[in-house]
Design a binder for this molecule. Structure first.
Ligand code: SF4
Length: 484
């Protein structure tokens, strides 16, 4: 699931956050947690810790966690029993790893002491907040929307960091799962809709907060529960204190976390991500059956849905495409000649398996459609008799403004074409997407999507934005529908 320079045909994962308190050598645990969350951002990462003698220490680096946050050199400079970290793929601020000052966590020195903050999501009214803050004298260091929170906290008149955070976050709209720390407290907050995930774990005598449960597993922490939408937890040596700083709302967790972003070994809402993906395949097989010889996943994220499709249809599952797991982003410079090889650099077809067969290819999504076309060409070259695409999400026709990097609407294939036109454009014998109702059923909503009151955020499929994307509306974006 790691993306790389040749992979421009997926929605890009947003960011991952991790924090822990009450453990020796907290920085090592944070580095391991971030390593498990690396699929959520590979551009850069950062860790901040606090030690009573040396104070706050930080390290921010471009590239992968495993290449940068090694024991010797970096981790040993980050002492303490409390720390937070962030892995980043830029969704707001500068695109790509160009400015180290955009790499989180951010740090601020306040009258009552320092605080660091790491944010997963996107503040949809950050432009307006930034304009107002600059007019009132704030000097921004980065182009990130998350820095607004530090400035809003600095202007609050509250007496404690958690109270100042509440003040700041009440001004913010959009999606935010935030992990923050003071000298003695670890803080976690989830936006009122709970768009982005955040989970709580127990680690020996201490505690951990993470974007996904897979980051708890890697450090041997027990999963305790999800931080609830609209909840703030303040964790200290006195335990976990829960608060409700926002007016209650019906939650709208990002359904794409189930489809693609999260690791299949993670759990949300008491549901296994793997099992949800497998059940999407079951729904697809019921909604879009076709006669064929083999069901093959487009690795890796299409695999659980392909297993579900095979189980439901009775058509044999086979690994017709192999992924080169070691196609890292720093392997070679992506010259034009290398770029033109495209997906061949990461995917290869098992010709002996494919030749003469009718193939069902199961992928997680179609964004621009360029990868689907190339995969179809490889399968045809390998001698397939028929190619049928089955997609484990509805057509992606709208951009995401809640912390996911999506192409502009005009570059989304489904925004420009009908399903039949997409089939002809990709050049396959048939193309079918799981319905929105089928996706909801797979994600645990037995009755499907409640159109009057959707249970998930599904704006990239439906165009119904649960929080009006104010900055984008100002920039001229025209929604089909957006909440006030
Ligand atoms: S728009 Fe799509 S990707 Fe973005 S939060 Fe909603 S469901 Fe997730």
């Amino acid at each position: 699931m790691l993306s790389h320079p040749f992979d421009d045909d997926k929605l890009r994962e947003e960011c991952g956050v991790f924090g822990c308190i009450g453990v020796e050598d907290a920085a090592s645990f944070v580095a391991l947690g971030l390593h498990a969350l690396q699929h959520r951002g590979q551009e850069a990462g950062g860790i901040i810790t606090h030690h009573p003698e040396s104070g706050f220490q930080s390290a921010h680096r471009f590239g992968l966690v495993r290449d940068n946050f090694t024991k010797q050199g970096v981790i040993e400079t980050l002492p303490g029993r409390i720390g937070i970290g962030h892995v980043r793929y830029s969704t707001a601020g500068s695109k790509g790893a160009t400015q180290i000052r955009d790499v989180q966590p951010f740090f601020g020195e306040f009258a009552m002491g320092g605080a660091a903050i790491a944010h997963n999501g996107n503040i949809t009214n950050a432009d307006a907040i930034r304009r107002e803050l600059i007019e009132r004298g704030s000097i921004f260091q980065s182009s990130s929307d998350s820095e607004c929170l530090i400035h809003l906290m600095a202007r609050s008149f509250q007496k404690t960091i958690p109270e100042r955070m509440k003040d700041a976050l009440r001004r913010a709209e959009g999606a935010f799962s935030v992990v923050a720390m003071t000298r003695t407290k670890l803080i976690g907050v989830r936006d009122p809709l709970g768009v982005r995930p955040l989970v709580l774990g127990k680690l020996h005598d201490g505690w951990a907060l993470a974007s996904e449960t897979c980051a708890l597993d890697i450090i041997g922490a027990d999963f305790v529960r999800e931080i609830e939408p609209g909840e703030m937890v303040v964790i200290s040596d006195k335990g976990v204190e829960s608060m409700r700083p926002f007016a209650p709302q019906k939650s709208r967790f990002c359904v794409f976390e189930h489809v693609y972003f999260s690791r299949p070994d993670s759990f949300f809402g008491g549901r296994s991500v793997y099992e949800t993906r497998r059940r999407i395949g079951v729904e697809l097989a019921r909604e879009a059956p076709v006669e064929a010889d083999l069901v093959c996943p487009v690795p890796d994220s299409g695999t659980p849905a392909a297993i579900g499709y095979s189980q439901e249809s009775g058509i044999e599952f086979a690994l017709g495409i192999t992924r080169n797991q070691y196609m890292g982003r720093t392997f070679i410079e992506p010259s034009q000649q290398i770029r033109s090889m495209g997906v061949r650099l990461k995917l290869n077809v098992n010709r002996a398996l494919i030749r003469g067969k009718r193939i069902i290819l199961v992928d997680d999504s179609v964004v621009r459609g360029t990868t689907s076309q190339k995969i179809k060409e490889m399968i045809i070259e390998a001698g397939a008799k028929e190619v049928h695409f089955r997609i484990a999400s509805p057509p992606t026709a709208w951009p995401c403004f809640y912390g996911v990097d999506t192409p502009d609407r005009e570059n989304l294939l489904a925004a420009r074409m009908t399903e039949d036109e997409m089939r002809d454009h990709i050049g396959v014998d048939s193309l079918k997407f799981v319905s929105l109702n089928g996706l909801y059923r797979a994600a645990g909503e037995a009755e499907g999507r409640d159109n009057a009151c959707p249970q998930y955020c599904d704006a990239c499929f439906s165009g119904e934005y649960p929080v009006a994307p104010h900055d984008m509306l100002e920039r001229g974006f025209q929604p089909k529908y957006a909440a006030e």
